[in-house]
Design a binder for this molecule. Structure first.
Ligand code: ZN
Length: 278
């Protein structure tokens, strides 16, 4: 690695969704160590397979830190019992994030409850849900990062769809809550730069990278490798850092085409493209 590349390289984080079909978490951690990637962001399905304590120990062995735990959230639900279950699950996620020393717990907040058309009500359930776990997160020292998702996911995954909407929630909730800014979800937003400035250093908790392919053939699993799409990644990276963000550049590519590639090659490509286009 050329020394000029070192500062950028040290920011790189592997979100485990990128190679989720090829490797388990232990294999991912070992591959990061082999390839000189010093940060990782596990998804909880992979974490549960390995266990939080064993994962934390492996990460220490390899000197790899956790840029974020994916994910908590999914608060709206049809009845109180289901909402309570979501709150309990988020408390567990907070505990796991604390065990891992994660920079934050990423929240994908949830969409409409099954059969509902009450979007206002769903958004209130999100606020109520985050409120219910916030003291737990504060005392665990785990910042909560609301991740606005592209509006195409509003019904089924996330009824928070712009950075400003997430920041409005942060304003209501108080300290301990910020945002996860994922280029895939905000690149189209004419107000994203104003929102990044509004968020500022204290509320910019995570930065996720991939690319938007034209055409996009699947709403969920056709995200692009950086450089293969139309997002001006370098400009956005410079903008978010000018707004005070100092954390990881987390590569999160949900892509059936990259899931079919040799995972070692995926990581090599991630490293090259991060240097070349971010
Ligand atoms: Zn993301």
């Amino acid at each position: 690695m050329a020394s000029a590349d070192a500062p950028l390289r040290s920011k790189l984080s592997l979100n485990t969704a990128t190679v989720r079909e090829q490797w388990n978490l232990e294999q991912m951690i070992e591959a990061c160590a082999r390839q000189g990637i010093s940060r990782i962001s596990p998804w909880r399905d992979k974490l549960d397979e390995l266990g939080a304590d064993k994962t934390a120990s492996l990460l220490r062995t390899h000197d790899i830190s956790v840029s974020g735990l994916c994910r908590g959230g999914m608060f709206p639900a049809v009845d109180q019992a289901a909402r309570d279950a979501a709150i309990a699950d988020n408390r567990k996620a907070i505990d796991d994030a604390a065990t891992l020393g994660a920079d934050c717990l990423v929240l994908v907040v949830g969409g409409l409850p099954s059969g509902s058309r009450d979007l206002v009500g769903a958004r209130q359930m999100v606020l109520d849900g985050i409120s219910a776990v916030l003291d737990h997160a504060r005392s665990a020292g785990v910042p909560l990062a609301i991740e606005p998702l592209h509006p195409m996911y509003c019904a089924d995954r996330c009824c928070v769809n712009t950075l400003d909407q997430a920041l409005d929630m942060c304003d209501q909730l108080g300290h301990g809550v910020g945002i996860a800014a994922d280029v895939y979800h905000f690149w189209w937003d004419p107000n994203y730069l104003t929102a990044l400035k509004r968020a500022g250093k204290s509320r910019l908790l995570a930065f996720h990278l991939c690319d938007w392919l034209v055409p996009t053939k699947d709403l969920l699993v056709d995200r692009g490798m950086m450089g293969d799409g139309i997002i001006d990644l370098r400009t956005i990276r410079q903008e978010i850092e000018a707004c005070g963000y100092t954390g990881a550049h987390e590569v999160e590519i949900l892509s059936s085409r990259w899931w079919a590639v040799d995972p070692e090659m995926v990581l090599t490509t991630v490293i090259e493209r991060h240097q070349a286009v971010c």
